[in-house]
Design a protein around this ligand. Structure first.
Ligand code: FSX
Length: 432
């Protein structure tokens, strides 16, 4: 069942929910050509966290039995036996497969060559290619192919597993590719799903755990199948560009640009591709809604995109398109910025002192000290602002001038004696 078919009947659940008496699901982690950053991202996830998933504390989600080459207690044949049972169909429970890192093209090697391995020939399930000695490593590419057939769903975590990523960049000899590329366009899991893709180098851990939870909730019948885009990404995470939610986007709008990484301003002129990159890091942050590339002062290098890294390199150069958009932004943004400064200055002063010649605090400009630009801006701005509604500017003018003790003192009033202010007697500090 494809995404399209499921979308036509969103609550369809072709296999049914997990057995409530046996509410577990195995998660087999495969590591291809990567840097283990995806595992680090998984460990940093907290909505939900790996701990919550393996403890089975997420409502309506089966408890996850994690099989991970780096995180498992077991090793050797004890660790590999569950992988073998999954391929042979004797595991006794459903499972999903998660691939981290890309699949190298070691299938092209006749015989025993490999770039990424898991287990040895002695661990091989029936039918898996295992040549040579019993201690000969088994290829991850063979495991991925053998396990995908019975998997409830297959996930790519990270850009390497999704599109090929750095191991597929120019000059790499491994011929690496993404999980979807490897399994083929027609691949569907036991539940009818194509490979689910959660890119990013490294990915946001929460993007992965949230997607996994959404798919498991769908299997449970609790929710509709989540929306995925035409590239198999969670649509709600990757539809928007980095720039749209970037905390530095306001600088771009006003035509103010950073000169070096770490500067506060928009980073587009020092190599940021955020305006054309689909990623939610500026919304979600890296870990626990904190940090992330632009938040930490780093330019977006397009790491979630299929074209990464070659279509976004060299990372230190500004994207060619930014020369045009940046120049336009400097011209109109510069004007907008100056007008906003006028409004900001006005907004930083209280209306009660607008007519006074003596200002008792920092948030007022003496009437005689306003610049012509401030006066003109205030006049027309207020006209437009209050048009068709209550004119608070006019009402402010009818307000009595407050009797600040500072102003009274400047006017020569004896401040050692109590004074009447607005008809009331104000006592001195000494009298208090
Ligand atoms: Fe790739 Fe994973 Fe980049 Fe690394 O292992 S997505 S190199 S940060 O983390 O595969």
């Amino acid at each position: 069942m494809s995404y399209d078919e499921v979308a036509a009947d969103p609550l369809s659940n072709p296999v049914g929910g997990p057995d409530p008496d046996d509410n577990i699901i195995h998660l087999f982690w495969l590591q291809g050509m990567g840097c283990d950053g995806c595992t680090t991202a998984l460990l940093a996830a907290n909505r939900p966290s790996l701990e919550e998933m393996v403890l089975g504390t997420v409502p309506r989600i089966p408890r996850i039995i994690l099989h991970h080459p780096m995180l498992d207690d077991d090793s050797g044949p004890d660790f590999m036996s569950a992988y073998r049972q999954a391929v042979e169909g004797t595991l006794g429970a459903p499972y999903v497969v998660v691939l981290e890192g890309s699949i190298p093209d070691d299938q092209s090697f006749p015989g025993e060559g490999y770039f990424a391995a898991l287990g040895v020939a002695a661990d091989a399930p029936q039918g898996m290619r295992a040549t040579g000695r019993p201690d000969q490593p088994l290829r991850v590419s063979d495991w991925a192919w053998a396990m995908a057939r019975r998997a409830e769903a297959c996930f790519s975590i990270g850009t390497c597993a999704t599109w090929g990523g750095i191991p597929a960049a120019a000059g790499n000899i491994t011929g690496s590719m993404g999980f979807m590329d490897y399994l083929g366009r027609e691949y569907r899991s036991a539940r009818g799903l194509p490979v689910v893709n959660v890119p990013g180098c490294a990915p946001i851990g929460d993007n992965f755990t949230e997607t996994l939870m959404q798919v498991l909730l769908y299997f449970d019948g609790a929710v509709k199948l989540p929306e995925f885009d035409e590239l198999g990404r969670p649509e709600w995470m990757f539809a928007e560009t980095v720039h749209r939610h970037c905390m530095k986007a306001g600088y771009y709008e006003e035509g103010v640009f950073a000169h070096e990484p770490g500067d506060n301003e928009c980073l587009v002129e020092i190599g940021c591709w955020g305006p054309v990159v689909q990623c939610n890091i500026t919304e979600r942050g890296a870990i626990n809604h904190t940090g992330g590339c632009m938040i930490a002062g780093g330019a977006c290098i397009g790491c979630t995109m299929p074209g990464f890294p070659d279509k976004y390199s060299p990372f230190y150069k500004a994207p060619p398109g930014s020369a045009v958009s940046g120049t336009v932004s400097r011209i109109y943004g510069g004007g907008i910025r100056r007008l906003r400064r006028l409004s900001m200055t006005a907004g930083n002063h209280t209306p009660i002192w607008d007519r006074a010649d003596h200002i008792p605090s920092a948030w007022g400009i003496a009437a005689g000290q306003k610049t012509p630009a401030q006066k003109v801006n205030a006049y027309f701005y207020k006209k437009l602002q209050y048009k068709g509604t209550v004119n608070h500017s006019a009402r402010n003018k009818k307000q009595p001038q407050p009797g600040s003790r500072d102003i009274l003192k400047q006017k020569g009033v004896d401040m050692s004696a109590s004074v009447p202010v607005l008809g009331e007697r104000v006592v001195t500090r000494e009298e208090l």
